[in-house]
Design a binder for this molecule. Structure first.
Ligand code: MG
Length: 388
């Protein structure tokens, strides 16, 4: 077993070219960029602790979004340049750490395997970085080409980059003394004569800089995320003295659905479908009927809570379709508002929500109008390598 490896995540970038606020907090397929990077670092078994250099004034937000990773040791405010942020991160690593892997939050698609490969190369060589050979022809010039550069032996540097801690600390100290500022840590070691090994990275480990980078990463994650489907069913009796609420719409009718909450069978069916797609337990487990907190609860609100919780866990709903069976009243006039309510609660576009109504043609209990039932299916994606 080698000595302890600490990770520093450089997450203080302002994200000016992206134009959506501090870059680490920009959402990619439902999760902040920083969280994607943390998932891979935390999944690499060689990394024992993580320090995050956060955007100044966003330390609280960063602590909140990193709070469930036991490896996170500290969140420090980032400095003026990336290099200063890494230096502050170095100072916050624990005394046992002998090896440091530095990664940019702006590279959310890094894999645990690449982190491990770079650390192992550093164990052999003292310092290593992920890089990819340049594929495009390189031109030099301002408005006009002055020359074509050789791309022979030219690499594009990425992170992760891993180093002996004492080398990295010495290089940072010397650079601070000389006022030398570089755009990555490898450059500091190169400048002061340390050998740095190249590890072939991959192009998917792209750096999110421009809005189109975000679009690429999002497309990749969604393409590679499996779609899961869930089913939900619910039925309630119609009784005197209750309001009739379906899909969050109150419908004038002499009877209403009987139940502990507002008995909105349509919302209940959608909730179970959503929970089913996520492989979660059913609505009765989330909101036990015996719990007085849910007495007369608005089911549309409960649906919103379930959807929000699942989104925080990384689930992205794709669409919902449902059929409600009611002999009476006639539901057609209320369907458009139900669709809007459900879409809003689920964070979906209205066209991703299907709401249909039919009767049971007089057959059976539903046909006699003893109650109302709903069936729902929901699909959702879980982009990413692992949850939560
Ligand atoms: Mg129910």
């Amino acid at each position: 077993m080698k000595e302890a490896v600490g990770a520093i995540v450089a997450a203080a970038g302002r994200g000016e070219r992206l134009g959506r606020g501090p870059k680490a907090l920009v959402s990619l397929a439902g999760r902040p960029l920083l969280r994607w990077a943390l998932l891979s670092l935390a999944d690499c078994p060689l990394v024992s602790e993580i320090v995050i250099a956060a955007p100044p004034e966003e330390e609280t937000a960063v602590r909140r979004l990193a709070g469930d990773f036991p490896q996170v040791r500290a969140v420090v405010p980032g400095g003026e340049h990336r290099q200063h942020s890494v230096a502050r991160g170095l100072a916050a690593l624990s005394g046992e750490v002998r090896w440091v892997v530095v990664h940019d939050a702006a590279r959310p698609l890094v894999t645990p395997g690449l982190v491990e490969a770079v650390i192992r190369a550093a164990w052999e060589a003292g310092a290593a970085l992920a890089a990819v050979p340049v594929a495009d022809t390189l031109k030099e010039g301002r408005e006009r080409v002055t020359r074509t550069l050789s791309r022979e032996g030219v690499w594009q540097a990425q992170t992760p980059q891993a180093f002996r801690r004492d080398w990295l600390e010495r290089a940072h100290r010397q650079a601070a003394r000389e006022g030398y500022v570089a755009t990555d840590d490898s450059a500091l070691l190169e400048k002061y004569g340390y050998p740095v090994r190249l590890v072939r990275g991959n192009r998917l480990n792209l750096k999110i800089t421009e809005p189109e980078d975000l679009a690429w990463a999002e497309a990749w994650l969604e393409r590679s995320a499996p779609v899961r489907v869930g089913i939900g069913f619910d039925a309630h009796r119609l009784v005197e003295g209750r309001r009739l609420v379906l899909g969050g719409v109150e419908i004038p009718f002499p009877r209403g659905l009987e139940g502990h909450s507002d008995a909105d069978a349509l919302c209940h069916a959608v909730m179970d479908a959503l929970l089913g797609a996520a492989g979660e337990r059913d609505i009765g487990h989330w909101f036990p009927p015996a719990d007085p907190r849910f007495r007369a609860a608005r089911s549309l609100e409960l649906l919103r809570q379930v959807a929000d919780t699942l989104r925080r866990r990384g689930w992205v709903p794709v669409n919902v379709d449902l059929t409600v069976v009611a002999e009476a009243p006639l539901l057609a006039p209320y369907l458009p508002q139900m669709k809007i309510n459900l879409a809003e609660a689920l964070g979906l576009a209205p066209e991703a929500v299907g709401v249909k109504a039919t009767t049971a043609e007089g057959m059976g209990a539903l046909g006699r109008g003893e109650g109302i039932a709903a069936w729902a299916v929901c699909s959702a994606r879980f982009p990413g390598r692992s949850g939560p």
